[in-house]
Write a protein that binds this ligand. Structure first.
Ligand code: ADP
Length: 649
């Protein structure tokens, strides 16, 4: 076994590798960019080396710097993780040339599987079924169109160098072929620097089933299959193992094909052979075809670890350090069912736009495997993948594991950024998915229902207002806010695009009536815990002006400062009438729409046993009255907002 390895990656996969290395007593070296100096993977590793600026092209993709870091720290081997340099044969050669071990396959094996067309040819020659189509060297548009005609529409145009779901176009009609080909080529050229394509028959409503293999350069075994059919735009969202409905015959056929694929190229380490499956008549041993092989550890490898009990990273380190395959095929057993959900910082409502931000709070439920590269306080930077974590559950049956997944998602606490939690929760609760009716089109078909946001409940808004007012934090007997806090207080909350005005009315030390636009919520503290209309409050988190109530996968509210709200920028002098000190509003004379002159009395504030008249310091029209007689207000609280006469509607 190695004494020390370097992990040429960041985020959750770097942390994942470091964890296993530590368990095996292997010392670890992290590398990091400017953006990651304080990252979790750096904190976890025994040593860390700075390798450049935040953009991957200036750090995590700089093979020469990474190799130099390994040599400088005395690391014997480099683990590439996934992404970045993990499938770059040139990097593998450079690592080996530097006298280091690459924890993964040979450059030759990576090259053989690197381009989809060559890989398909190789696999077909080895007797592995491949998706019918054209993968010739002649890339003339006319030749390709003819090939599409021969295959029969619909067809799929695929960039031979494609990956990550990019560089693919489905074409339904001959008249659309030329246009789709041009756009696919342009995308492939931009993303992969290679615009060669292949044409395949498009399989309707297919399933994506992949087989985990592991080789030692001579022999290979498979560790059963994963079903990754739940995809959005060809990107995996929830993965599971084993594949629902898998039969022994089909598993044997797919496993054999995958092992043959691996042994054909003398594969060493962990790899995945991806198949597309036509499951219209159930899973049949003659209806699966090789799509591609990923010559690295996959994001979704944990579900395989759950059902086999194998630590794939431990196997990677053992085999790379010269050990034989740790198990024979007959030693490998499949147990139970596992799911993995990919939690991302992304704005689902805005079309799954990657989001950034500081994770003000991050907590995962107990009893769930959460592979994560970030902690509370960490930043999701725009430079890298916005993944927050992978949540992995393992149960004795699929139904139980799915319930565990639902529960785990509901109990995740993320504050500080938008996430796809609610979307994942909706998927985990999807009836077709529960019945294992999965195919790659499921998400697209039901996207609207899956992304529909449940309305926020009055009780959750009431809780957010209580948190905003600081009342939730006050604990212990007798800390009634009536003693010293205002009796009646208006809280303004921004939620989505809306602005909610919430009035808190104290009715005693442990009782508060919360008035919303459309009703009243009774908040009562029993045994130190607030209940809202009799229902227990949720966990909640506040930082700065953001309050997150961990209900419905997290509801975030922004506390609106009336000053800022009234202003919409820097307020013009004299437009805001604010309380000069904390006090009780005795009287309000102003009404909305009223024209006032400089010097007019607008309200009376009682403070420090005196009455203070609040007067207009300029002419204007009353735009808003934010308080009523009887309100307690803090110093600086805006009571009335004026606007120019011509601004008035
Ligand atoms: P990438 O390398 O970009 O991940 P893949 O070849 O693995 O591309 O394909 C990604 C996804 O695209 C598959 O999981 C599947 O959902 C879909 N797909 C690929 N080939 C076909 C096909 N011939 N017919 C229908 N869908 C396909």
């Amino acid at each position: 076994m190695f004494d020390r390895i370097l992990i040429a990656n960041r985020g959750e996969i770097a942390c994942r590798v470091i964890e296993t290395a530590q368990r095996l007593g292997v010392s670890t070296v992290a590398v990091y960019s400017d953006a990651d100096a304080g990252a979790k993977h750096v904190a976890m590793a025994d040593q860390a080396v700075h390798i450049g600026a935040a953009p991957p092209s200036e750090s995590y993709l700089r093979g020469e710097r990474i190799i130099a870091a390994a040599l400088q720290t005395g690391a014997q081997a480099i683990h590439p993780g996934y992404g970045f340099l993990s499938e770059n044969p040139g990097f593998v050669e450079a690592v080996v040339a530097a006298g280091l071990v690459f924890i993964g396959p040979s450059a030759d094996a990576i090259r053989k599987m690197g381009l989809k067309d060559a890989a398909k040819d190789l696999m077909a020659a080895a007797g592995v079924p491949v998706v019918p189509g054209y993968q010739g060297a002649d890339q003339d548009a006319g030749v390709l169109a003819q090939a599409a005609e021969k295959i029969g529409y619909p067809v799929l145009i695929k960039a031979v160098a494609g990956g990550g779901g990019k560089g693919m176009r489905r074409v339904d009609r001959a008249e659309d072929f030329a246009g789709s080909l041009a756009s696919c080529r342009a995308e492939a050229k931009g993303a992969f620097g290679n615009d060669a394509v292949l044409i395949e028959t498009y399989i309707e409503a297919p399933r994506h089933i992949e087989v985990q293999i592991f080789g030692d350069g001579r022999r290979a075994v498979h560790l059963f299959e994963r079903d990754c059919s739940l995809q959005r735009r060809h990107q995996k969202v929830i993965e599971e193992a084993p594949a629902p409905g898998m039969t022994d015959v089909m598993r044997q056929a797919m496993g054999d094909a995958a092992v043959r694929a691996a042994e054909t190229i003398g594969y060493s380490g962990a790899g995945t052979v991806e198949f597309i499956v036509d499951a219209r008549d159930g899973l049949r041993a003659d209806r699966f075809w090789f799509m591609e092989m990923n010559t690295r550890l996959q994001v979704e490898h944990p579900v395989t670890e759950c059902i086999t009990g194998v630590d794939l990273v431990a196997w990677q380190l053992r085999v790379a350090s010269g050990e034989d395959l740790p198990a024979r095929q007959e030693d490998l057993q499949l147990s139970g069912h596992a799911f993995e959900a990919r939690l991302y910082a992304e704005d689902v409502a805005a079309g799954f736009l990657p989001a950034t931000g500081r994770l003000a709070h991050l907590a995962f439920p107990m009893g769930v495997r959460a592979d994560s590269g970030v902690r509370s306080g960490d930043v999701i930077s725009p430079h890298y993948d916005p993944m927050i974590a992978k949540l992995i559950v393992h149960g004795p049956t699929r139904a139980i594991a799915l319930r565990q997944l639902s529960r785990a998602l509901a109990q995740c606490q993320v504050a500080g950024t938008v996430t796809n939690l609610a979307f994942l929760g909706a998927l985990a609760g999807h009836e077709g998915f529960a019945r294992a009716e999965v195919d790659t089109g499921l998400i697209a078909r039901d996207l609207e229902a899956l992304t529909e946001l449940a309305e926020v409940s009055a009780q959750v808004v009431a809780q957010a207002a209580l948190v905003a007012a600081g009342l939730e934090r006050m604990t212990g007997a007798g800390v009634g806010f009536a003693l010293w806090a205002p009796l009646r207080r208006t809280i303004l909350l921004g939620f989505g695009g809306a602005e909610l005005s919430v009035v808190l009315m104290s009715r005693g030390p442990d009782l508060c009536e919360v008035e919303l636009v459309d009703g009243l919520v009774r908040a009562e503290r029993i045994d130190g815990r607030w209940r809202f209309d009799g229902m227990a409050g949720h966990a909640a988190f506040q930082e700065g002006d953001m309050v997150t109530v961990f209900a419905d996968y997290g509801r975030a509210f922004r506390i609106i400062d009336p000053l800022e709200r009234a202003a919409g920028g820097a307020p013009e002098a004299g437009t805001l009438i604010a309380a000069p000190m904390p006090g009780l509003v005795r009287d309000v004379f102003a009404t909305v729409g009223q024209e006032v002159k400089s010097g007019d009395r607008l309200a009376v504030l009682e403070a420090m046993k005196m009455e203070h008249a609040l007067v207009a310091v300029r002419d204007g029209v009353v735009a808003e009255v934010l308080v009523a007689a009887g309100d307690q207000v803090d110093a600086g609280a805006v009571l009335i907002r004026l606007e120019e006469p011509e601004d008035a509607a």
